[in-house]
Design a protein around this ligand. Structure first.
Ligand code: CP
Ligand code: NVA
Length: 305
């Protein structure tokens, strides 16, 4: 199948990613100026959600409508996927009817299997391993507030989860230094760490990770699918809470990001999203703009097999 997918940041070159976030800012500006821009008229995005979502669903659905197209929300509960229809069959059928498919799922292999059998672009809306759409928004947000992130230092605090893995991929492509502070046994993907080399370092003390950082980011301690571990994780992660005091050890102009949803009093202190260093709301908004740039690239310019 010849369609181009977006399953990981590493599927794209640095220039392509920079182009996407630049385009995201342009599309944001068009929308702020009330300019109608509908290059995806008559195009349809299928969205399969095996996990819950607020931002991802709304930003993709609103994004398609704003670009002149439509989006269809599909959950396993209401489709044959939930009753055991093979992923490859669903991919063959769906991709004959829609122009792109966004999938939020558990095993990353569900995405690669769907993509291998799809005639149209497949977008990773989060898997257990990666969350690349969020990183487009995070990188766009940093660039809008501070300019290029190349050569800057970034701290990831907490679980070495899907978001952390995507930060490692971003460190590789956007060329920044990343320090990950996580408890032992909760490190990010070992292959990605190897690929990143000296650019990414794992430490145990959040203060060490944050020292001098230009961007600090965190996420929930128990991701979707890890509900049974939540209580044990609360105990293990308690010293990894990001607070105003922790941010005081970072660079003076540090930005704080959280992909949301946030659990105040757990991975962040109650007041952190109200701190002037937090750009979490801009970051959430940029999901819309960055993904519109992605849809424009993948759907408008696609020539299907
Ligand atoms: N950040 C993010 O992906 O949010 P949702 O789970 O609400 O989509
Ligand atoms: N790590 C979180 C991110 C949610 C957007 C999860 O997978 O649940």
């Amino acid at each position: 199948m010849s369609a181009r997918h977006f399953l990981s940041m590493l599927d794209y070159t640095t220039d392509e990613l920079l182009g996407l976030i630049r385009r995201g800012s342009e599309l944001k500006d068009l929308r702020e100026r009330g300019v109608l821009y509908e290059p995806l008229k008559n195009r349809v995005l299928g969205m399969i959600f095996e996990k819950a979502s607020t931002r991802t669903r709304i930003s993709f659905e609103a994004g398609m409508i704003q670009l002149g197209g439509q989006a269809i929300f599909l959950s396993p509960r209401d489709t044959q996927l939930g009753r055991g229809e093979p992923i490859a069959d669903a991919a063959r059928v769906m991709s004959r009817m829609v122009d792109a498919v966004m999938i939020r799922t558990f095993a990353h292999s569900n995405l690669t299997e769907f993509a291998a059998n799809s005639r149209v672009p497949v977008i990773n809306g989060l898997s257990d391993d990666l969350h690349p759409c969020q990183l487009l928004a995070d990188m766009q947000t940093f660039h809008e507030h501070r300019g290029s992130i190349a050569g800057k230092s970034v701290a990831w605090i907490g679980d070495g989860n899907n978001m952390c893995n995507s930060y490692i991929e971003a460190a590789i492509r956007f060329d920044f230094e990343l320090r990950v502070a996580c408890p032992e046994g909760y490190e990010p993907n070992a292959e990605l760490l190897k690929l990143a080399g000296a650019r990414v370092r794992v430490v145990r003390d959040p203060r060490e990770a944050v020292a001098g950082a230009h961007l600090v980011s965190t996420d929930v301690w128990a991701s979707m699918g890890q509900e049974a571990e939540a209580e044990a994780r609360m105990r293990l992660f308690h010293s990894f809470q990001v607070t105003r005091a922790l941010l005081d050890g970072a660079a003076k102009d540090v930005l704080f990001m959280h992909c949301l949803p946030a659990h105040r009093g757990e991975e962040i202190s109650e007041d952190l999203l109200d701190d002037p260093r937090s750009v979490a709301w801009d970051q959430a908004e940029n999901r819309l703009h960055a993904q519109k740039a992605l849809l424009e690239l993948l759907v408008e310019h696609a020539h299907y097999a």
